[in-house]
Design a protein around this ligand. Structure first.
Ligand SMILES: [Zn+2]
Length: 98
């Protein structure tokens, strides 16, 4: 049992940490006006549009990162995939870290 009253001199630092945490969560999970499905759909739309642009530009099938050819099975699974397997794995890692 802890009967000590909270150390009020720490409150400003704690408030700052909680505010930061709140902002981080809001950034990762946008509030209700942007449902996750809408965000996903916008991303899918943007990916598809970019892939169509690459088709027109003649660069379709090349990785947008390393410019190597994207593995055929990747494009078969998702024609809008912008990256080869290696670069996609790197991008996933980066996204998880942020
Ligand atoms: Zn690549």
């Amino acid at each position: 049992m802890n009967n000590d009253s909270p150390d009020t001199s720490q409150f400003e630092a704690i408030r700052a940490r909680l505010t930061l945490q709140l902002h981080q969560v809001e950034r990762d999970f946008p509030p209700a006006d942007l449902p996750a499905t809408l965000v996903r759909n916008q991303m899918r739309h943007a990916r598809a549009k970019a892939a169509l642009d690459r088709l027109d530009a003649g660069s379709f099938g090349r990785c947008c990162q390393c410019r190597e050819y994207i593995e055929p099975e990747v494009l078969h699974f998702d024609p809008s995939a912008p990256f080869c397997l290696d670069c996609q794995a790197e991008a996933d890692l980066r996204q998880r870290r942020t």
